[in-house]
Write a protein that binds this ligand. Sequence first.
Ligand code: PAN
Ligand code: ZN
Length: 187
Amino acid sequence: MDPTFAIVNWADGSLDSPKLRSSTKKLGQLKGIFRDEDSWQRMDHETVVYRVWWWEPVTPGTEGGLFWGTTEILPGRVGQEYFMTHGHQHAVLDRAEFYGTVAGKGMLILRDENSRNRHEEMSPGSLHYIAGKTAHRVVNTGDTPLRFVACWPSDAGHDYATIAENGFGMRVMENHGKPSVMGDGEV
Ligand code: PAN
Ligand code: ZN
């Protein structure tokens, strides 16, 4: 039987489990995500933007189960736009999720099924309920790594294509040294 516990270091969100899975996203894998394509092109595509470690206590697709993960987004920018996750909605659209911030400073960008945007500031201790049918992306607006934990249903899956096509309708850019949330087309 799979192990039914893992160890979380609550100070930094790091996870220790015999069945830990992980993935690393480098700049080169995030083509088309950032607005300033020229700056993206000029940067080192081997630069790590974020990492995810997660624990699947049940097989993916199992109805009624849960997964747990930690994401670390490194500080950085492409042009004026801060490093961020790809962003997705769940393949089983109505599946919800919790995000909890452990370290750093960021912004959670949300887009619901009616294309309405919302954003929530992330700082250590902030807990975010991401309702079903809501696309979600996290932006690191600070100058240190942003770390957050997440818990999501084991049958949720990830749909990256829909949001890649439609966009989030909202971006977080540095403006006079401060994060500023703006509409997709806004300069
Ligand atoms: C998170 C995300 C993680 C990375 O675990 O998968 O933060 O973001 P992307 O999946 O958008 O690259 C989650 O929301 N799981 O459902
Ligand atoms: Zn998710």
